[in-house]
Write a protein that binds this ligand. Structure first.
Ligand code: MG
Length: 301
């Protein structure tokens, strides 16, 4: 009996927001449509934010109007505040994500708001989102370490996560934004989270900066967590977190789970095909090791 592991694909949003090159809107649409064909059930497609804050995602409305949505797939958009909700819902967005951090300094540098100020924005946004029937995911970034403050206490992550659930979010994604966490850090964090929250309402968002993302997933699996954020090809990073490179690659997670009791329901070849669309648009290889291996594989002679 296989046990389901849910992949939350964040490449089109978290991945693309952090690339320097301009990606044509048509390539983003083709990328998302290819991802929709892979068995994924969650594809974070874009963000409705000021074009100044994230120029790379300023075509969000065009993207949403052109992608082919499939039944059974959520296509959430990141929204910073109530001001952007209308734009998102008119583009057909039915699920949203909101963003804060466990590190005060990171939040201020990243979204120019204290943690309390970000919650003031959410308090305005949440009733509107809920009355519109939207599901809401909350992000807690820098959950293990912060590029400015260093180690972050698990109690701080629990506190911010708890405030998000109190506001009515459906799920919280807890992120090791700079990828500095080791399995020991992850185990300590998850022990604290598991005391307070249902595991199935928490997703884990690992970065592969130090090559720890997969072992951190294994650690989380052994602690009973079954939901992980990944990015096709390992697309992305974080411009506000110096040294942060690459979300955990979707391909790498699927490949690692081969032969285990866990099944993602996602087709590895189809993720590779989707990643290649973005590689072509970027004109450079993406960091996923599995993508590299599968792209260079030649039949044995
Ligand atoms: Mg990320």
């Amino acid at each position: 009996m296989l046990e389901r592991v849910t992949i939350c694909e964040v490449g089109p949003r978290d991945g693309l927001q952090n690339v320097a090159e301009r990606i044509p809107t048509e390539a983003k649409i083709a990328f998302i449509d290819a991802l929709s064909d892979s068995g994924l059930t969650y594809i974070e497609a874009s963000a409705f934010v000021s074009a100044k804050a994230i120029p790379q995602l300023s075509d969000a409305a065009e993207v949403y109007s052109a992608i082919t949505r499939r039944d059974g797939i959520a296509y959430p958009a990141l929204i910073p505040s109530a001001k952007y909700l209308e734009r998102a819902t008119s583009a057909g967005v039915r699920e949203i994500a909101i963003f804060t951090a466990a590190s005060e300094t990171f939040n201020q540098r990243n979204i120019r708001a204290t943690i309390d100020e970000s919650f003031e924005r959410f308090r305005e946004l949440m009733p509107l989102a809920k009355s519109a029937g939207l599901s809401v995911r909350g992000y807690v970034s820098t959950a293990i370490a912060c590029p400015y403050e260093g180690a972050i206490k698990p109690s701080k992550v629990v506190e911010v996560t708890s405030r998000l659930f109190d506001l009515g979010v459906d799920e919280v994604s807890v992120g090791d934004t700079i990828g500095a966490g080791t399995p020991a850090h992850v185990a300590t964090l998850l022990e604290a989270l598991s005391e307070e929250f249902e595991r199935d309402r928490i997703a884990l968002h690992f970065h592969d900066t130090y090559g720890m993302a997969l072992v951190n997933v294994l650690t989380a699996l052994s602690e009973g967590y079954r939901k992980f954020d990944t990015s096709a090809g390992g697309l992305g990073g974080c411009p506000y977190a110096p040294g942060a490179s690459g979300n955990l690659a979707t391909e790498d997670l699927i490949f690692m789970l081969g032969g285990t009791e866990f099944d993602t329901g996602v087709d590895l070849q189809k993720i590779v095909a989707a990643s290649k669309i973005i590689e072509d648009a970027l004109g450079r290889p993406l960091p996923s090791k599995v993508l590299r291996a599968m792209s260079s594989a030649r039949p044995a002679s």
